[in-house]
Design a protein around this ligand. Sequence first.
Ligand code: ZN
Length: 113
Amino acid sequence: MHEMSLAEGVLQLMEEAAVAQGFSRVRTVWLEIGQLAAVQTEALRFCFDAVTRGSIAEGARLEIVDLPGQGWCMKCAATVPISEQFGACPQCGSYQVQATGGTEMRVKELEVE
Ligand SMILES: [Zn+2]
């Protein structure tokens, strides 16, 4: 389950931001998660609650923003929406599609105090 290390990464990022920006508490975290990032959001919520216990983000609200998957189809020479890595192009059915968006997870915004 890689959600635990993802949650730890988010906590580390928040702690670094707290030092750099001088806040002591995180109230809300907006996380952008790409549709192709293979992140189980329910597992992530569970892990987030576990790793933030006793930290600056204890009890923080986790807002998850879904990012659609996007790929570049070589046959169509166009950007097309895709819902899985190595999926077929919805326009021509070719598998020569390279994922170009929605493969990552990142912290978009923090509400702090
Ligand atoms: Zn295509």
